[in-house]
Design a protein around this ligand. Sequence first.
Ligand code: DQA
Length: 146
Amino acid sequence: MNNKIIIINGPNLNLLGEREQSQYGSVTFEELKEICAKKSNELGLKVDFAQSNVEGELVNIIQESRKKFDGIIINAAAFTHTSVAIRDALDVFKKPIIELHISNIYKREEFRQKSLISDIVTGGIFGLGIDGYILAIISMQKLLKK
Ligand code: DQA
C-alpha cells in the first residue's frame, strides 16, 4: 500500500504555541501532532511525525525515509534557507515531497525569501497557518493515489 507518510519538522517547531504567536499561531506542537494524526487517519494514511533541532539528524531522518515512507511533508524551518545538506538528502528521495511553511516566507525578512528546497520538491504550501499541514496531508493522499 502506498500510504505511509512522514511529516518532518525542523528547528524550533517544537516550541509552537509559545514562539512568535503572531507568525505561527497558538496551537502547540503536541496539538498539531494530534490534528495531523486525525486527518491522516481519516484519509487512510499512516503518519509518522518527526522533529529535530539538529541539521544532521534531519538528514538522517530523510535518508531513512527512503525505505520506510511513500511521501514526505517537510517544514525545514530555518534550515530551509541555509541547508544544502537537507536539499541533497531530499533530492535522493525520488517520491512525493511537499514543502510547508506556516508563515508566508515571501512576506518576511529577505533572508527567509529564499528556499533551497522549493525547486526539488513536488509542491509547496506557505502562509496558511497550521491549516497548511491539513492541506498538505490532503494533497499527499491525492499524490499517492495517482
Ligand atoms: C517557517 C519559516 C522559517 O523562516 C522559520 O525559520 C521557521 C518556520 C514557517 O513554518 O513559517 O522556523 O518554516
